[in-house]
Ligand binder design. Structure first.
Ligand code: DHB
Length: 389
């Protein structure tokens, strides 16, 4: 079999790229170890930057997002006994974020790819990428019991944080920071506790009140990475969340918890993001801690660049954008790494945090909510930088 672009991974990066390329008439094949069912039902994060929403809308995959997503024009930071609002609309010229779960984005992209006749192979095994240093790379895999080999012009490794394609980049540097904590995340049947997200600093550690719909809420609290969700009955979860936001005057509305998980917390960047005819995109190349919601949005930003770079190659045999992909992508990646680390460091309790550190965090939060220029920095980064190289 032959295709133009072989894509390993049917997550946000892989599926969005296949969709963008299709709109230009460039063929792709997408393979993934997971089943379609798994991909469409795994709960991930849920906040889309303005430019992600715009790109989905402009490319015809934003209808359900527009109907069912909820637009947020600000967030609240809870600290020092009060809620402090960051007004995105006022600080960023009307930009906003949209709460719409990642698995719904994937569901929409899969439906669109299939409607457009796209080649998506779910539940494959033994995926192997070969020949990336030459001009005929290929992907081998087993699908529905038969061995397949797809010859490609280019391969995109969009296979997530446990990427195997990343290992094919010789001499790469893996830059990372581990954090001594994790997030306990829940989904609950409950009314919203707040009209906008609340990021809370407290003596007991960080908490985040988010939402999914008028009847389903998403909440998180900082925990030890070894926490066993089994040790946390609903009452204990609600007490902990409540204790972390009550000081700021927020009230958590409770209800049955139907999903509990502990989310790993890591900052990671692979440099370079390419070798020969292999290009990495999304979590395969970089992982951000969840604070500030950059993961899916960075994946989309990567493939926005790759789409334009591949178009330049196919339309004019111009390889300059492909050659410059790592340098262009890494600029945004490092801005997002800094932002996610900054939000994390300002709001979480670290091992060995003492009163000095707490007062310093409170002063930083005071700066961010009290100074228009500092608030603008937070708002601009939260709603996301524009998608121009
Ligand atoms: C959500 C997750 C985040 O990491 C965040 O910063 C905001 C919201 C969410 O899943 O809703």
């Amino acid at each position: 079999m032959r295709t133009q672009v072989g894509i390993v991974g049917a997550g946000p990066a892989g599926l969005m790229l296949a969709h963008l390329l299709h709109l230009r008439g460039i063929d792709s094949v997408v393979v993934d170890l997971r089943t379609r069912e798994d991909i469409e039902h795994t709960i991930k994060a849920g906040v889309l930057e303005q430019s992600t929403v715009d790109l989905m809308t402009e490319t015809g995959v934003g209808d359900r997002l527009r109907r069912e997503g909820s637009v947020h024009h600000g967030i609240n930071l809870a600290f020092g006994g009060a809620l402090h609002r960051i007004d995105f609309a006022a600080l960023t010229n009307g930009r906003a974020v949209t709460v719409y779960p990642q698995h719904e984005v994937l569901t929409d992209l899969i439906a669109r790819r299939l409607a457009d006749g796209g080649d998506l192979r779910f539940g494959v095994s033994g995926t192997r990428v070969e020949g990336i240093s030459g001009d005929r790379p290929s992907i081998r895999f087993t699908h529905e019991g038969s061995e397949q080999r797809v010859e490609c012009d280019f391969v995109v490794g969009a296979d997530g944080s446990h990427s195997t394609t990343r290992a094919l980049i010789p001499g790469r540097a893996d830059l990372f920071r581990e954090y001594p904590f994790a997030w306990f995340g829940i989904l609950a049947e409950a009314p919203p506790s707040s009209g906008e997200l609340i990021y809370a600093h407290s003596d007991r550690g960080f908490a985040l009140i988010s939402t999914r719909s008028p009847t389903v809420q998403r909440l998180y609290f900082q925990c030890d990475p070894h926490t066993d969700p089994g040790d946390w009955p609903d009452d204990r979860i609600w007490e902990e969340l409540s204790a972390r936001v009550a000081g700021a005057g927020a009230v958590v509305k409770t209800g049955p918890v139907f999903q509990k998980s502990v989310l790993r917390f890591r900052s990671f960047v692979c440099e370079p993001m390419q070798h020969g005819r292999l290009f990495l995109a999304g979590d395969a190349a970089h992982t951000v801690p969840p604070t500030g919601q950059k993961g899916l949005n960075l994946a989309v930003a990567d493939v926005y660049l790759l789409d334009r770079a591949l178009a330049a190659y196919y339309e004019r045999r111009d390889t300059s954008l492909l050659d410059g992909y790592t340098a262009t992508a890494l600029r945004r990646v490092w801005r997002a790494q800094h932002f996610s680390w900054w939000m994390t460091s300002m709001l979480h309790r670290f091992d060995g945090t003492n009163d000095f550190d707490v007062r310093r965090q409170l002063a930083e939060l005071d700066l961010v909510t009290g100074s228009a220029s500092a608030a603008t920095t937070l708002a601009e980064n939260y709603v996301g930088l524009p998608l121009t190289p």
